[in-house]
Design a binder for this molecule. Structure first.
Ligand code: SF4
Length: 318
C-alpha cells in the first residue's frame, strides 16, 4: 500500500502527524531545506524526532533539498554521516552532485529526488535514478499518463503531492523571490543561509502572489492588480487512481501551517486511503469531498494570512 508521508515543521508537528496516521514524516535540517528557519530543525531535534518515529515503526526523512556550493558539500556529508550513525537512512535532495556524493559515500542510504528537481517525464526520472535516487517526486502538474510511464519505464519509486501549491513557475526553477530581497548569513558551521532563494536554503516570499502592474511597450500601465496563478490544491478524486497506479508515496506538504490543521489533513488522508483500499468496489467519494471542504476553508484562511506576511516582509527593507 502507498506510504502516507507528511510534513514535520517542528518536533510537535512530527508527533502529531505520526499520531494521526502518517507512515513517514519529513523534516528540514536548519538552512538546508526550502523553508525558513522556524520550520526547520537543529540536529538534536531531528535525532529526537527520528527516535520517536522509529519507536512507532515509522520513518523520518531529512530534507537537504537546496543547491549547495562546493564548500558546503563536506558539511552536508558530515551531517548525513551523523544522522546515519543514529539510524536515519532517508534523505531528500535536489542537487545531482550531492546525490552522487551521498550514494558513493554511504551504502544503504535512501535518496529521494525532491520536487525541486522538477522531474516531468520518465527520462528525467531515469537520470535521477542514475545519480543515485531511489524515489522521485513528481512535478506538481504531472498527469497520470506520465506517472504511469515513470512507473513502467524508470524503475524508480514515485511520490505524488496531494496537498501542495502548483506555483506560477516550476517550483524548483523559480527565482522571483530574489528580485525583492537577498540576504546572506554564514553560520558557525560554514553554511550559507541565503534568504530570498528557496533553492539556496532561504525561503519563497510568494512574490507571484503580490499585485503586479502590466506595462506596455511605451511604458504606460495597461493593467493593475494582476495576481499570477498559484493554486493551492488538495487531491481527493485522484486518490483511488493514484492507489491503482501503484504510487509508492502520497505526500502532504505543509510545514508552515498550524499543527492542528496539519494533523487534521493527515487524519483525513489516512482514513480516505484506508477506506479506499479496504472496499474499493463500494468506495464513494461524496462524503469525503464534503469533509474536505472544511479543511480547505481552514487552510485558505491560514494561507492568506501567511502570504500577506511574506509579501510585506519581502518588500520591506532588510
Ligand atoms: S514565488 Fe510563486 S512561483 Fe515562485 S516559488 Fe514562490 S510560490 Fe512558487
Amino acid at each position: 500500500m502507498a506510504e502516507l508521508l507528511a510534513s514535520g515543521g517542528t518536533p510537535g508537528m512530527v508527533r502529531t502527524v505520526l499520531d494521526n496516521g502518517a507512515d513517514a514524516v519529513y523534516v528540514g535540517a536548519k538552512g538546508w531545506s526550502r523553508r525558513r528557519a522556524q520550520y526547520e530543525m537543529d540536529d538534536e531535534q531531528i535525532l529526537e524526532s527520528a527516535s520517536y518515529a522509529r519507536s512507532g515503526g515509522k520513518v523520518l526523512r531529512v530534507a537537504f533539498n537546496t543547491l549547495p556550493a562546493s564548500g558546503e558539500i563536506p558539511l552536508l556529508l558530515a551531517k548525513v554521516e551523523k544522522f546515519m550513525a543514529a539510524g536515519i537512512r532517508d534523505f531528500i535532495l535536489t542537487d545531482v552532485g550531492a546525490m552522487t556524493a551521498l550514494s558513493r559515500n554511504f551504502p544503504g542510504v535512501r535518496i529521494h529526488a525532491s520536487v525541486g528537481c522538477t522531474i516531468v517525464n520518465a527520462q528525467d526520472a531515469r537520470f535521477y535514478k542514475e545519480a543515485g535516487a531511489d524515489q522521485i517526486v513528481a512535478e506538481c502538474r504531472m498527469d497520470r499518463e506520465e506517472m504511469r510511464r515513470i512507473k513502467q519505464e524508470a524503475g524508480v519509486g514515485l511520490e505524488v503531492l496531494v496537498h501542495a501549491t502548483t506555483c506560477y513557475t516550476l517550483l524548483g526553477r523559480c527565482t522571483m523571490s530574489s528580485y525583492t530581497r537577498q540576504e546572506w548569513r554564514i553560520d558557525a558551521e560554514g553554511k550559507n543561509h541565503f534568504l530570498g532563494s528557496p533553492n539556496r536554503g532561504g525561503l519563497c516570499y510568494r512574490i507571484c502572489m503580490t499585485e503586479w502592474d502590466e506595462v506596455g511597450k511605451d511604458g504606460a500601465v495597461e493593467g493593475r492588480g494582476i495576481v499570477l496563478p498559484n493554486v493551492a490544491y488538495f487531491l481527493v478524486d485522484d486518490i483511488p487512481s493514484l492507489i491503482d497506479l501503484g504510487v509508492d508515496t502520497i505526500k502532504i506538504q505543509g510545514r508552515e501551517y498550524s499543527v492542528p490543521l496539519v494533523g487534521e489533513m493527515v487524519r483525513f488522508y489516512r482514513e480516505l486511503i484506508d477506506a479506499c483500499v479496504k472496499d474499493r468496489s463500494s468506495f464513494a467519494l461524496g462524503p469525503w469531498k464534503e469533509r474536505m471542504a472544511g479543511i480547505v476553508a481552514a487552510r485558505d484562511a491560514e494561507r492568506r494570512e501567511k502570504t500577506a506576511g511574506l509579501i510585506s516582509e519581502s518588500l520591506s527593507a532588510p
